[in-house]
Design a protein around this ligand. Structure first.
Ligand SMILES: [Ca+2]
Length: 370
């Protein structure tokens, strides 16, 4: 029995490292890799074009730098190493400088075959044949941000008769905890070791749940509905706050809020997360609008993301920090606020508020430690 007592911990010590090394040996990460990854990881990432700029920068990293960047941005690193995405990015970089400059500014760019230089031709063929297109039938490649959601590279090829075949590569998708896990799975195969998930320090996620509005019954459980605006002191009719399964930034669903001139009670989707004083926190969401306008007593500024620090009794300890959304009709755009939790703070409360006529969608909500 005493021998057994000794043997078990010994076995654990012997087997432990073997089990860890199962995935292989991760790339060596030196200080220069860490510094380069930190610089690129701190670039803006709230919209597809910002993420494309980060992806173009990430191409300068070696394996150590990429492995370091994958802690915070596994999505970007996946696109830097997986052939399907690499082909699209390499095509972008083959364009003449003036066009690449337009890409960096977020403009739509189209390059028809007649304009291709030698490198473009080579890259377009590599891209086209990956979709099964014949090299001689390739017509044009176009690129640009799409719906404020992704960055698209699209190659056209002459099809049967008058038709055109089209191959699309979607880059720079909005990162979510779930999608990032998929990226880590892919990268584990590439690197021979799984990039660890950041769970502390700058860039790590705070436990906001279902920021993508994907879980069944998320409204009223994970996300609460709380009064945001009451017009004329009347609590009816109340606005429509629902999950939309047809419009989304990421996943398959988003939060949709619809109001009319008759709406009197405007409810917001809210969620509280426990925090500690001194934390510097960034809240982000994305919003999309359709015919949003101020009617009746509505106030044009009542479309926003707010972050409120609260004490242990869930009372605000400071006025909310607010990022206002854009009205009218537009595709997905980010909303972001940053603040430092004051001395008495025990919670941070996030509220998604749409107090205007028309339809507003929210999706891709996250809380990050700065
Ligand atoms: Ca979603």
């Amino acid at each position: 029995m005493p021998a057994m007592t000794l043997l078990l911990p010994l076995l654990a010590i012997l087997l432990g490292p073997v089990a860890q090394a199962q995935g292989g040996v991760p790339p060596l990460v030196d200080d220069a890799d860490r510094a380069a990854a930190a610089r690129i990881g701190a670039m803006p990432d709230g919209d597809p074009v910002s993420r494309l700029l980060m992806l173009l920068e990430a191409r300068s990293l070696d394996e150590g730098g990429l492995f370091a960047l994958a802690e915070r941005h596994p999505d970007i690193v996946e696109q830097a190493v997986v052939a399907r995405y690499k082909r699209a990015v390499t095509w972008l970089l083959a364009m003449p400088d003036a066009d690449l400059h337009r890409v960096r500014r977020g403009e739509q760019v189209i390059r028809v075959r007649e304009l291709w230089n030698e490198r473009e031709q080579e890259q377009a063929e590599s891209l086209g044949t990956s979709f099964g297109f014949k090299e001689k039938k390739l017509l044009a490649v176009r690129a640009g941000p799409y719906e404020g959601r992704v960055y698209r590279v699209v190659i056209d090829s002459k099809g049967k008769g008058q038709t055109t075949d089209r191959g699309t590569v979607e880059l720079c998708w909005p990162p979510t905890p779930e999608r990032d896990e998929t990226s880590r799975d892919t990268l584990a195969k590439h690197f021979g070791a799984r990039p660890s998930r950041m769970d502390q320090g700058s860039g790590s996620l705070l436990p906001l749940e279902d920021g993508s509005f994907e879980a069944d019954g998320t409204l009223g459980t994970t996300w609460s509905l709380e009064d945001a605006i009451v017009l004329s002191g009347v609590r009816s009719p109340v606005n429509d706050v629902e999950i939309d399964g047809g419009t989304y930034l990421d996943g398959r669903r988003a939060l949709r809020i619809y109001n009319s001139a008759e709406t009197r009670l405007f409810q917001a989707a809210t969620q509280r997360v426990e925090i500690v004083p001194g934390m510097r926190i960034r809240a982000r969401t994305h919003h999309k609008t359709e015919n949003v306008r101020a009617e009746y007593q509505q106030n044009e500024s009542d479309l926003y993301l707010s972050m409120t620090f609260e004490d242990i009794f869930k009372n605000p300890v400071e006025p909310p920090i607010i990022a206002r959304g854009r009205i009218a009709t537009h595709t997905w755009e980010p909303l972001e606020v940053t603040g430092t939790a004051p001395m008495d703070a025990a919670y941070v409360r996030i509220a998604l508020v749409a107090g205007l006529s028309g339809t507003t969608w929210f999706d891709g909500t996250s809380l990050t430690l700065e």
